[in-house]
Ligand binder design. Structure first.
Ligand code: NAD
Ligand code: IPM
Ligand code: MN
Length: 342
């Protein structure tokens, strides 16, 4: 039996994850759920523990992790999110953050021109290096002369493997996004690895954009993109842009993967949304679509497709949370998706 570790986390995390778990349960795939509901900001505040080694090992030995969100206004300390989410990404070596975005319903596009709305792309975000690596330090802290340094790490090994993933999933083309005009060393490394890996895939179209231009181009013509490959920080930002173009922050899903080994981590792109937590209005679609990616990962492609179709049908029928212009609650949307799947 395949074990799925569930980490609901904070804020709207448990609210949306509950719905994804319900939908998964109705599929009758015999998944064994191991819910780590102690991984949250309250325990961190009480004990200083973000995630125990035992919890980490349970995630490591699972088939997949379904993750909600971490973050709480009561915990300004960035080590909390780092010690949960980034620890999972880094220690499980989940070097790909695969963030697909496809327009969920025409009326949800923020774009004026209908011809340009049909976004259907994947942001492939490098997920274990870059400015997230935690390399750096601070000098003369709490003085007017304070100096802080966060190293932006790129390795040939790390860049090559994420570029190879981007080409492996491309349907038409891959666009490299960087800032090599201003960030010379890492930019140069990405450019050199790009030349080599793209030359090995002559059948795939290629383009290159600096990240500022890429952000603009995504808004001007999202249909121009198939796969976007980029570093950790730019991928974080651009995948919020693509989420907004596809339907909004409540709709975007992601898969944190290492295609060379077993466990993957699946989570909505959004955070704990403290502004709406506890109101019953959080959109569960991003979490449910993340569960679909989890099913793909576990080899249940037909069920994953059924889940995606059920989400589209539910949105098309107007059963939506307020962020999508509806009046339904998180639970009502979850129930409607479950009914569609059933
Ligand atoms: P956020 O994604 O939590 O919220 C941004 C906006 O999107 C808010 O207006 C929120 O109401 C809305 N939104 C988010 N999810 C929604 C949903 N399911 N349905 C409807 N609306 C939704 O980003 P933020 O406000 O920058 O961050 C809040 C906290 O979450 C911070 O602590 C941050 O560090 C954390 N965070 C965690 C993750 C994660 O765990 N993967 C991701 C992003 C942010
Ligand atoms: C995301 C989030 C995280 C990130 C935060 C919570 C560390 O924004 O998954 O996109 O930046 O990776
Ligand atoms: Mn983000």
């Amino acid at each position: 039996m395949t074990t799925v570790v569930v980490i609901p986390g904070d804020g709207v995390g448990p609210e949306v994850t509950d719905q994804a778990v319900h939908v998964l349960a109705t599929l009758g795939l015999g998944l064994d759920l191991d819910v780590l509901d102690q991984v949250n900001a309250d325990r961190f505040l009480r004990t200083g523990v973000a995630m125990t080694d035992d919890e980490m090992e349970r995630a490591r030995s699972a088939g997949a992790v379904l993750f909600g969100a971490v973050g709480d206004p009561k915990v300004p300390d960035p080590s909390y999110a780092r010690d949960v989410l980034l620890r999972l990404r880094f220690e499980l070596d989940l070097y790909v953050n695969h963030r697909p975005a496809a327009l969920l319903a025409d009326r949800l596009s923020p774009l004026r021109d209908p011809a340009l709305r049909a976004l259907d792309c994947v942001v492939v975000r490098e997920n274990t290096e870059g400015a997230y690596a935690g390399v750096g330090g601070v000098l003369r802290e709490h003085t007017p002369y304070e100096l802080a340094l966060d190293g932006d790490i790129s390795t040939a090994y790390g860049v090559t493997r994420v570029l190879e993933y981007a080409f492996a999933i491309a349907r038409r083309s891959v666009c490299l996004v960087d800032k090599a005009n201003a960030v010379p060393f890492g930019g140069g490394l990405w450019q050199r690895r790009w030349s080599e890996v793209s030359a090995a895939h002559p059948d795939v179209g290629t383009s290159h954009l600096y990240v500022d231009a890429a952000a603009m181009r995504l808004i001007q013509n999202p249909t121009a993109f198939d796969v976007i490959v980029t570093n950790n920080s730019y991928g974080d930002i651009l995948s919020d842009v693509t989420a907004a173009l596809a339907g909004g922050p409540g709709t975007a899903a992601s898969a944190n993967l290492n295609p060379r080994h077993g466990v993957g981590l699946f989570e909505p792109v959004h955070g704990s949304a403290p502004d709406i937590a506890g109101t019953g209005r959080a959109n569960p679609v991003g979490s449910v679509l993340s569960a679909a990616l989890l099913l793909d990962h576990l080899g249940h492609g037909a069920e994953a497709d059924a889940l995606r179709a059920a989400v589209r049908a539910t949105v098309a029928a107007g059963t939506c949370t307020p962020d999508l212009g509806g009046e339904s609650s998180t639970k009502e949307v979850g129930a409607a998706i479950t009914a569609e799947v059933g």
